[in-house]
Design a protein around this ligand. Structure first.
Ligand code: AHR
Length: 381
């Protein structure tokens, strides 16, 4: 009954917004949160000209020349920021998919890793009467109030990539299982160490941004295996998913833990690059021929090349191409259907050597891809 009333209110709000010229076509929010497990999506970006290029901070930028056309579906996207190569791939994919050529007008806000700015962007999207709002949440919490406002305005919300844990007032989520990524990293390290005859693991972790779903999942997953195997995690500090952050943390680790560590876990590619710079300066060797095993997450093409070149021992993919799946969700809502509420993107694990052919996580065996130049060349981002 409560849900029926909410739906009726949402419908009324949608109609009143449409009457005020707020853009038509948006289906009323179903209001349900993540629930069922979804089919994996391969996430290849659809074609279409990219809109307005590089992300700017703060104010929304719109792409597409026919922005005033009432036929376009108006989508507001509150992006995390521009902290990493992964983020650039995510933004580019969204700008390609939500183009005027594909029937969309995209209002894009780069929140510059500032949660207050991201909440403000969502509230502005409500004011502007968007048909749909896409959020990649910087942090997992603090969302219920603004999502309630979206629901009351009758605007469907689709969450991508990172998770929201303090509210279920969104229509669908598309992203990665970050804990599985962390578990996969741990299981691969266990098998790799066994293959190499390494009996002791002393690891340093460079975490992502504090409070982000990606950081929490990867940290928890890796720690679960470390605890089970009796490994030592010497330290775990945030590098904020940036190259500068990774370098800074690793510089301090190289001083504090000189000669004590044999594994560095970087929670994204940019941090790994920064960590390599710090280890180069400190005279610490890493990678396939080095003293320190270094692994990363994301698997952007230049960093899969680093795996191929033996500079990174392994890389655990985080697929940034959620936008094509969001496009499908919007099309389902537009035609009056009900989309799946929780959809996982497909992800692969990459290694420089072929001594760990597969790993099993949560009872599911998955191959570890031995990276050759052909594998690098086939990377979509
Ligand atoms: O939320 C996804 C993470 O955020 C990616 O691993 C990282 O590169 C990005 O900044």
């Amino acid at each position: 009954m409560k849900k029926l009333l909410a739906m009726a209110l949402a419908l009324a709000m949608t109609l009143s917004l449409a009457a005020c010229g707020g853009g038509g076509g948006g289906a009323a929010s179903s209001g349900g949160g993540a629930a069922s497990s979804g089919a994996a999506s391969s996430g290849a970006a659809s074609s279409g000209a990219a809109s307005s290029g590089a992300a700017s901070s703060g104010a929304a930028s719109t792409g597409g020349s026919s922005a005033s056309s009432g036929d376009l579906i108006h989508v507001g996207f509150a992006q995390v920021g521009h902290e990493s190569d992964w983020r650039t791939a995510s933004t580019k994919s969204a700008q390609e998919v939500f183009s005027a050529e594909n029937g969309y007008e995209l209002s894009f806000v780069d929140a510059d890793n500032d949660s207050a700015k991201q909440l403000e962007a969502v509230r502005n999207f409500i004011q502007q009467g968007m048909d749909y709002i896409i959020i990649d949440p910087i942090v997992e919490t603090g969302w219920d109030a603004v999502l309630t406002e979206c629901e009351e305005a009758g605007i469907p919300v689709i969450v991508i990539d990172r998770t929201i844990t303090d509210s279920d007032k969104y229509d669908a989520w598309v992203g990665s299982d970050f804990k599985v990524e962390g578990l996969a990293c741990g299981e691969w390290l266990k098998a790799y160490a066994a293959a190499k005859g390494i009996t002791e693991i002393n690891a340093l972790v460079i975490e992502g941004s504090t409070g982000a779903g990606a950081t929490i999942g990867r940290t928890d997953g890796f720690k679960e295996i470390a605890d089970r195997e009796g490994w030592t995690i010497l330290d775990s500090q945030t590098g904020d998913f940036t190259e500068a952050g990774g370098q800074e943390v690793m510089e301090s680790y190289c001083q504090s833990y000189k000669g004590q560590f044999n594994v560095v876990i970087c929670q994204n590619d940019n941090e790994a690059k920064g960590a390599m710079t710090a280890m180069d300066t400190a005279g610490v060797s890493y990678g396939v021929d080095g003293d320190v095993i270094i692994v990363s997450f994301d698997a952007n093409k230049p960093y899969v090349q680093m795996v191929c070149d033996g500079k990174l021992n392994a890389n655990f993919e985080c697929n940034p191409l959620a936008a094509p799946t969001v496009d499908e969700i919007i099309k389902t809502l537009e035609s009056g259907g009900t989309p799946e509420t929780e959809i996982y993107v497909t992800e692969s694990w990459f290694a420089a050597e072929d001594n760990v052919p597969s790993i099993t996580v949560n009872g599911q065996e998955q191959p570890v891809v031995h990276v050759t130049q052909d594998v690098v060349d086939a990377r979509p981002y």
